[in-house]
Design a protein around this ligand. Structure first.
Ligand code: FA5
Length: 337
């Protein structure tokens, strides 16, 4: 083997090492230029074959060609591998658990409202709605609250104009419904209500469901029967209710309705302050004074009405200590239901 052949082989080995060590296209190009560029070492060596004695030229020429081809091939492969690595995207690991899309759900108030309305619908009531911004007439006057009468102070009113206010209860829907429909009337009216109230059991914005039944022959026994059916369906089958005498300008007689304490069942505990009962709603027999406002005075009907706090009902059912939990949009709280 000629000395040139040996140099070619050594240069080939060095070229392969240099190409293999290159980690960038720049490094790869430098290695290519150093060995097989116009002035590259292997090129210079292959040029030197012509100056060898004739007898040594064929073997040295063949070695030079082989070396050049091998380096070109190695360079091409190294360049392809590098390009593939540089354009590679992060792989998809199909064994990883999938990501769940967060699912929305009904707010506890909406759910409780739907549940309450559903119970009354099964009892034959129809769901209706009324406006949240009301006139003094519907919120007070037609409900038999005389102008300047102290009974108006029972409800801390938020006014939005001379004669406009945020309704303090859902009872105006009683008037709006009776204006539109002739008896018999069996409706429930859920919705938002507003008062200047704020403590652990009172919120400035809260929800009520109004109930109104007006037909021939309706008595207080019907009121108690309907509310008892509601309490046993909404709370638990053995929930007792009691009616306590009360006062509302639009019902006569009026009654506050309590349910047996959901925590102690009536024995007396911290929640019911030892009384065994929890206040749930206001109710009564529709005061006939209302009928003259809605043109029912000659209908010869009687009726009952009630106004149930939805927030209060949810607090009692789910044992919530503070009404504000319902309005803070804290998912840690809301996701429990
Ligand atoms: C009324 O609002 C009467 N309109 C109810 C009524 C209707 C009586 C029909 C007779 C006939 P009262 O002010 O008591 O009554 O409110 C009824 C219920 O609403 C209360 O028992 C309570 O559960 C709820 N409530 C009242 N104020 C608030 C408040 N600020 N935050 C949360 N719930 C409240």
């Amino acid at each position: 083997m000629s000395g040139l052949e040996e140099k070619i082989k050594a240069s080939l080995a060095e070229a392969l090492v240099a190409l293999g060590a290159a980690t960038s296209t720049k490094g790869l190009e430098e290695a290519r230029v150093a060995f097989i560029g116009t002035k590259g070492r292997l090129i210079e060596l292959s040029r030197a074959v012509g100056s060898l004695p004739v007898a040594e030229r064929p073997a040295a020429g063949q070695a030079a060609n082989l070396a050049l081809n091998e380096v070109r091939k190695a360079h091409k492969e190294a360049l392809e591998a590098l390009n593939a690595k540089l354009t590679q995207k992060p792989g998809l690991d199909v064994t990883l658990p999938g990501r769940r899309s967060p699912l929305g759900r009904q707010h506890l108030i909406s759910r409780t409202m739907a549940e309450i309305c559903g119970i009354f619908e099964k009892l034959g009531f129809t769901v209706v709605e009324g406006p949240e911004v009301e006139t003094d007439y519907y919120n007070f006057e037609a409900l038999n609250f005389p102008v300047d009468h102290p009974s108006r102070d029972m409800q801390e009113t938020l006014f939005v104009g001379q004669d406009l206010l945020l309704r303090t209860h859902t009872s105006p829907v009683q008037i709006r419904t009776m204006e539109k429909l002739k008896p018999p009337v069996w409706i429930v009216a859920p919705g938002k209500t507003y008062r200047r109230d704020d403590d652990v059991t009172h919120s400035p914005m809260f929800h009520q469901v109004e109930g109104l039944a007006v037909a021939k022959g309706i008595t207080m026994a019907d009121l108690k029967g309907v509310l008892s059916a509601f309490a046993t369906t909404f709370f638990s089958p053995d929930t007792a209710i009691r009616l306590r005498p009360s006062f509302f300008p639009f019902t006569e007689p009026s009654a506050e309705v309590d349910i047996a304490c959901v925590l102690c069942g009536g024995r007396g505990c911290r929640l019911c302050k030892g009384s065994g009962w929890l206040e749930l709603l206001g109710s009564g027999m529709v005061d006939p004074a209302l009928y003259k406002f809605v043109g029912y005075e000659n209908e010869n009907v009687t009726g009952f009405a009630f106004g149930l706090g939805i927030d209060r009902a949810a607090m009692l059912k789910y044992g919530l200590p503070n009404i504000r939990h319902l309005y803070e949009s804290d998912l840690r709280f809301l996701e429990q239901f």
